[in-house]
Design a protein. Structure first.
Length: 248
């Protein structure tokens, strides 16, 4: 798979994997990796680190927006192989360990197979390891409130609904938000383009996911880096408002 690495600001890179995105934040020789794609994206993750002049050893921490298989894919590999800490919201830590699973089931997907794009997406997800379980054996909660002492100095913002512990990451100095699956700009199972929620079947609690868009509206920024879809340039507040209007 060709690694699609796009620099969006100085030291910030959005990487388009196989139907899912991850973000690299670079400060000198050190990196922060936000999300890690599907299990089948591992080589693409490693290639993307090299493409920005880094390496797995340069990753000071892996941040996970939420512990779905298409975002958690290589987190345990990096933790086990390179002793890289893996940080999530405290409510998402047991999800990353797979004490429980808040993810759409194969049965739910099949019940929605009549919708445009669902079957091709499911086949791709299966081929990419979307049903494999790669729990993180020692995930950690964010070490403190406010900006994390990591490259990019991202600020976690708890946005529950997609999962209980979903977080977006705000980089106020760069004017950008890494939104994971709380706010996306496209998905193979959606006929919409631009800011939106994922289709209903993907959310653990859709009402909370809609409510969390109000939290994103409060974040200053003009650059949105979603978990799915292209980079969105323009007011993050307006993007969240548009997604909320579409969801109501």
């Amino acid at each position: 798979m060709r690694t699609d690495v796009r620099q969006v600001t100085d030291g910030t890179y959005l990487v388009h994997g196989s139907n899912t995105n991850w973000v690299i934040l670079k400060d000198g020789d050190e990196l922060t990796l936000v999300d890690t794609g599907y299990p089948g994206d591992r080589q693409a993750v490693l290639d993307s680190l090299a493409a920005v002049g880094g390496s797995p050893q340069a990753v000071t921490a892996v941040l996970i927006t939420h512990a779905h298989n298409d975002h958690l894919g290589s987190a345990e590999y990096l933790r086990r192989t390179y002793d890289t800490p893996v940080y999530l919201h405290e409510a998402e830590v047991p999800h990353a360990r797979r004490d429980f699973l808040q993810q759409v089931s194969v049965g739910e997907v099949l019940r929605n197979a009549w919708r445009p794009g669902v079957l091709p997406w499911m086949v791709h997800a299966l081929r990419s390891g979307g049903t494999q379980q790669h729990p993180v054996s020692a995930p950690e909660a964010f070490p403190g409130a406010g900006a994390l002492d990591l490259p990019g100095r991202p600020v976690p913002v708890h946005t529950p609904g997609h999962t209980d512990g979903h977080c977006v990451f705000h980089l106020p100095d760069a004017g950008l938000v890494i939104s994971g699956d709380a706010l996306v700009s496209g998905h193979p199972t959606s006929r919409l383009a631009g800011p939106q929620l994922l289709p209903d079947m993907f959310h653990h609690e859709r009402a909370r996911a809609v409510a969390s868009l109000e939290l994103i509206e409060r974040l200053d920024g003009d650059l949105l880096l979603p978990g799915h879809g292209p980079v969105h340039r323009g007011s993050v507040r307006a993007a969240a408002q548009q997604a909320r209007e579409r969801a109501l």
